[in-house]
Ligand binder design. Structure first.
Ligand code: PMP
Length: 394
């Protein structure tokens, strides 16, 4: 079928989509309806943690679809309970709330913190967040985000999200008051341009928040579930947060997200939080398959190795072309271009023939890489060769 036969004009405009209609994918490769293939180093914005159409996920989905699709969020189901058990077993958290998107998980975290503040901190409600942070596109999560311009689009914002500077503990300390209930951050800012919070900053934040009886919330929607080379990125700084949100990679491509907390903070009462699809067995069964695969012996070690390999390749390229180096953790990395040529590279890479390569410029002056966690070294080499060809053509 040709692109023109699809009624794409019926879709509401929300972003500039290129003129491609994808039909299928496998691992690191995507195929369009004209037979062209693309090496995918975006993976649905770090969503497809195990690449496209992972066999374990398909098996879990098929098996669960024949057993039970949705009994109602008002009842327990087996995959929901077992995935929650697996997540608490492999993290510092005790309780799990399942959601359908990262934004919804973050809404849950914001609500839980505010409820906790009502109960234990004389109604404190402010949540300190950071410039350039990204927490989602619901009204509260847009208000929490530090994205330029977002304070006015849907004004008035949800109040109570003062912004500090990442990696600057004095800027956080200045904002802390009796109204503060939590500090919320991405351990690695993803949309902001792959900017890791330093280990020192995370430790200072933990100490500061403990001293003021303030909760520490980590948004690991992008950095979690193996992306940083550890199951969760907070592990890299050796601290224990109070609340964590997960999305994207936890479902490996299906709509699944989660909000986890310590037992003493889990203060929701009946009716406070929930939704029709929260914890539905079809998605949680897939999540169980994804997390189990990440926990298989040697898998995360392999992510770290391939992350180091990608890092070395990017540094070599940077040296060769006079760029400004790279940064990131595991398989969430950025090449710092030093000039605003990112969008141009992304476009040319996609249009390459016979195969295209899908890249992302989180900011105009950098390229962000988020391949499948099981990407091969050969695929990294292929991507680098294609990137060099694009750079030669600029
Ligand atoms: N938090 C972070 C750190 C994210 O990167 C994103 C998505 N880019 C979100 C929240 C929102 O997730 P979703 O798109 O699933 O609502």
């Amino acid at each position: 079928m040709q692109f023109t036969e699809y009624p794409t004009q019926s879709l509401m405009y929300i972003t500039n989509r290129p003129e491609i209609v994808f039909t299928h994918g496998k691992g690191s490769w995507l195929y369009d309806n004209e037979g062209k293939r693309y090496l995918d180093f975006i993976q649905g914005w770090a969503v497809n943690s195990l690449g496209h159409c992972n066999e374990g996920m398909i098996e879990a989905l098929e098996k669960q679809a024949r057993l039970l699709i949705n009994p109602s969020p008002a009842f327990y189901n087996e995959p929901m309970a077992t995935l929650a058990g697996l997540l608490t077993q492999h993290s510092v958290f005790d309780k799990v709330f399942f959601a359908n998107s990262g934004a919804e998980a973050n809404e849950g975290a914001i609500k839980l913190a505010r409820k906790w503040g009502k109960k234990f901190k004389h109604g404190a409600y402010e949540i300190i967040t950071f410039d350039h942070s990204f927490h989602g596109r619901t009204l509260a999560t847009m208000s929490a985000s530090g994205k330029a311009g977002w304070d006015t689009i849907y004004a008035p914002q949800v109040p109570g999200f003062p912004k500090a500077d990442l990696n600057d503990i004095a800027s956080v300390e200045k904002l802390i008051s009796e109204k503060t209930v939590a500090v919320m951050l991405e351990p690695i800012q993803g949309e902001g341009g792959v900017i890791p919070a330093t280990r020192e900053f995370m430790q200072q934040l933990r100490e500061l928040t403990k001293r003021h009886n303030v909760l520490l919330i980590v948004d690991e929607v992008q950095s979690g579930c193996g992306r940083a080379g550890t199951l969760f990125a907070y592990e890299l700084s050796g601290i224990e947060p109070d609340i964590m949100t997960l999305g994207k990679g936890i479902g490996g491509g299906v709509p699944l997200a989660a909000m986890l907390s310590k037992a003493e903070i889990a203060v929701f009462e009946a009716g406070d939080q929930g939704g029709t699809y929260n914890g539905n067995p079809l998605m949680t069964a897939v999540g169980y398959s994804v997390i189990s695969q990440l926990l298989a012996p040697g898998f995360l070690e392999g992510v770290r190795e391939r992350g180091e390999y990608l890092k070395a390749q990017l540094l070599e390229l940077s040296k060769e072309r006079g760029f400004e180096g790279e940064r990131g953790e595991g398989l969430l990395r950025a090449l710092l271009l030093g000039k605003d040529i990112g969008p141009q590279i992304v476009e040319k890479a996609r249009l390459m023939q016979p195969d295209g390569v899908l890249l992302n410029a989180a900011r105009p002056n950098l390229l962000r890489f988020m391949p499948a966690l099981n990407v091969s070294r050969e695929e990294i080499d292929q991507m680098m060769a294609m990137l060099r060809t694009v750079l030669d053509s600029l």
